[in-house]
Design a protein around this ligand. Structure first.
Ligand code: NAD
Ligand code: ZN
Length: 263
């Protein structure tokens, strides 16, 4: 994004009354968590992995579950820390009329950075909890991972014996209706919508920017690679979010400073 465009976006954010933000895996790559479809993405490198990400495979094949638990055990998510991009969004909360942050990420890094829990929708769930697909039990993920480490290759629900999974939305699994409705309502009411670090290819989350634009919002797409929604975006940046978001916050801060009455 050029300087002028950055200023223009900062000005638009400053006068917006309903700012809504959507984030994807791209905001967490700088924390060491690979995305799926970027150049170093998990699925870019191993296209077969996408197939086994479905609920059907997980339920139907014990081997898929055993592999999934081993993958969870060695996930970079347990060590990851929020980066400058996540932190900038926390700062932004105080600087703009911010309604909602909808994240497709399951890594919990927005919460860890300090985003207000009541302004956050983790629309694809969280890896920090395990969930029973039969009785709905939920508990801390580290407790189930400890059982895997102790030798249970496919740990069953301690309450009902059912199949456990991370509390995330797999392909073939419905989103939580209340979360989706809240995200859609916020997108409808937004006047500036930021889509950050998402290839905008996974529905229904990817429909949010379109809902926003159709109802009069201006859209910023800040993403390293082109997305299907670039054509309707008012601002586009391909630069790393860990740089571009703190810059935006600096510009916003300077604007607030400029508008302060002189004593
Ligand atoms: P995606 O992998 O489809 O797209 C990520 C996009 O971010 C890519 O287009 C890439 O070019 C861009 N990107 C990567 N690093 C960037 C950076 N530093 N600055 C700017 N742009 C950058 O991700 P998605 O759209 O979120 O969809 C993937 C799905 O997989 C999501 O639904 C999510 O649930 C899940 N996922 C989550 C995580 C996580 O929680 N961190 C990681 C991988 C996948
Ligand atoms: Zn159960």
């Amino acid at each position: 994004m050029l300087d002028d465009e950055g200023e223009d976006l900062a000005a638009a954010l400053g006068s917006a009354r309903h700012v809504v933000i959507l984030t994807g895996a791209g905001i967490s790559t700088e924390s060491g968590i690979p995305d799926f479809r970027g150049p170093n993405g998990v699925w870019t490198k191993d296209p077969g992995a996408e197939k086994t990400a479905s609920l059907e495979h997980y339920l139907g094949d014990r081997d898929v579950r055993v592999r999934a638990w081993q993958t969870r055990l060695s996930s970079p998510m347990w060590q990851a820390e929020p980066n400058a991009g996540h932190r900038a969004l926390v700062d932004l909360e105080a600087l703009v009329a911010f309604d909602l942050l909808v994240t497709q990420n399951i890594d919990g890094l927005h919460l860890q950075a300090g985003t207000s829990p009541d302004k956050l929708v983790e629309i694809h769930g969280t890896v920090h909890e395990a969930e029973c697909l039969d009785c709905g039990f939920r508990g801390p993920m580290h407790e189930t991972l400890a059982r895997v480490e102790a030798g249970e290759a496919d740990p069953a629900c301690l309450g009902c014996g059912g199949i456990l999974k991370s509390a995330t939305i797999s392909f073939g699994q419905n989103l939580v209706e209340a979360d989706l409705l809240r995200a859609q309502r916020a997108a409808l009411a937004s006047d500036v919508f930021l889509a950050l670090g998402s290839s905008l290819g996974v529905y229904p989350a990817a429909a949010l920017p379109e809902i926003a634009v159709r109802n009069g919002a201006r859209l910023a797409v800040l993403n390293a690679q082109p997305t299907p929604f670039d054509g309707i975006a008012h601002w586009i940046s391909r630069r790393p979010l860990g740089h571009v978001l703190p810059e935006l916050v600096d510009r916003m801060g300077a604007r607030v400073g400029n508008n302060r009455p002189l004593h």
